[in-house]
Design a protein around this ligand. Sequence first.
Ligand SMILES: [Zn+2]
Ligand SMILES: [Zn+2]
Length: 188
Amino acid sequence: MSAFEGLTRPHVSIKIPAELFEPAALETFSGTLSPVALVRGAQRYSLNEPLTYTLTLTHTGEAFVVAGTLHASVTTPCARCLDDARYECSASFTEYVFVSEEAAQSKDLEDDEFFVLPANHELDIIEMLSSALVLELPNLIVCSDDCKGLCSVCGCNLNKETCSCAEKRKESDVEQHPFAQLRSLLDE
Ligand SMILES: [Zn+2]
Ligand SMILES: [Zn+2]
């Protein structure tokens, strides 16, 4: 499950005008959405700025085809070092919004494959936009391609600090080597 955090409901629906119920009518709606974050499982993506979207609705008789695009700029902990990592996400998607429950049922679709327009013709766009964004966000986002991550021994951020854990490990590998003692004899 995924969901936007910090959204106030009244501003996130589109009122479908009567003209759009004419055969083959088409209209484009653009706007912004200002959630604080998108949450997917344990992962939290903070929105750096309002998400922008464009939705083109085409009436096909029993449904509206929604062709949408969105852009969101998010910040989330880097998968390697846990510092802030930014990601610019653009997504395009297509959804079906049936004009009634009956029209949808005649299509033999899974529940999550379509939306049904409520009687007041207010189309809720939150779920449409959050699922399109989730699908487009990579599972692992890194602060930079060459992020060095955290030291697996002491936990320090290797982008900012250097530690001697890797060297110590090398030394102890040498000590455990069967010829290590021989080598120390030769060194003398
Ligand atoms: Zn990083
Ligand atoms: Zn270390």
